[in-house]
Design a protein around this ligand. Structure first.
Ligand code: 2HA
Ligand code: ZN
Length: 269
């Protein structure tokens, strides 16, 4: 059996949580990540014997038998690199997703993130749109969060503002950014609402809280959030100044053609 701490998925998870902390997106226990693993790959490192069985509190039959590497509840991203086996866990969903067998990790008796419902339901939603989707990532980037206090929360308006802040935005997230109003976090309700929003975009803002991103790997999902956060930062730098220039819809169409992307229907003139 190979050492799980050398597994590429583990190394990448540790690097990503460390990097997200360094970006200031995951203060204290803020943020959580779930990464869908390949069963055959995991079997190179683990005997797949359940250590404990955890209740999930929801059903997700689509995820029966699926294995995820997930950050732990109450755990700090800044500490993951020093004690991955305490701060992370590998779970296999069983009994229609109502139970999760712990295969590795959470060695202090812990469990997966309190946002597990939003993560698992978002995986279900994204897999239907994109079978290659493997990652759901949540964090609290300051500029996007700040924007939800002063910008209209209409999804089209919010998306258009971000697209106008950096030329590459429309290329990186042509499906735009969906927005949820403030809701109580850690609940099945916010999980269901987030998953619904994930049907039409890979980014979902939680107003006055943070953002969710989904993608095929950790690097890509990190980059997605990074790009939106950069755009929000620029908006906050200019929103109070007289606007002299912008990226026009005509220019957005040129970007669509050049990069072979299609902006969300109805979002451009
Ligand atoms: O606990 O970010 O949304 C970590 C969180 C909850
Ligand atoms: Zn959060």
């Amino acid at each position: 059996m190979k050492d799980i701490l050398t597994a590429p998925f583990m190394v990448e998870m540790i690097r990503t949580t460390t990097n997200m902390y360094a970006h200031g997106w995951d203060e204290r226990n803020g943020g959580n990540i779930s990464l869908l693993l390949d069963e055959a790959e995991v079997a190179e490192y683990l005997d797949m014997h359940p250590i404990r069985v955890l209740e999930t509190g929801f059903a997700a039959p689509e995820l029966n038998g699926k294995i995820f590497l997930v950050t732990g509840t109450g755990k700090y991203f800044k500490n993951v690199q020093y004690a991955p086996d305490v701060n992370l866990g590998i779970v296999r969903l069983t009994e229609n997703g109502t139970k999760a067998e712990l295969l590795w990790g959470y060695t202090d008796g812990g469990r997966f993130t309190s946002e597990f419902p939003a993560h698992m339901m978002s995986h279900v939603a994204r897999m239907k749109v994109d079978p290659l989707n493997r990652v759901v990532m949540h964090c609290h980037p300051a500029n996007l969060l700040a924007m939800t206090y002063v910008h209209d929360l209409d999804e089209k308006a919010f998306t258009r503002t971000l697209w106008q802040m950096c030329t590459e935005c429309i290329v990186v997230f042509p499906d735009g950014v969906n927005v949820l109003p403030w809701m109580l976090c850690g609940t099945n309700e916010i999980g269901i609402a987030t998953a619904k929003k994930m049907e039409t975009a890979r980014l979902v803002v939680w107003s006055q809280h943070g953002i969710y991103g989904a993608g095929k790997d950790l690097d890509e999902t990190f980059g997605l959030i990074e790009t939106a956060e950069k755009a929000a930062e620029i908006w906050l730098k200019i929103a109070h100044l007289p606007l002299k220039n912008t990226i026009t819809d005509e220019q957005m169409h040129l970007l669509e053609q050049r990069f072979g992307v299609k902006a969300r229907d109805g979002y451009l003139q």
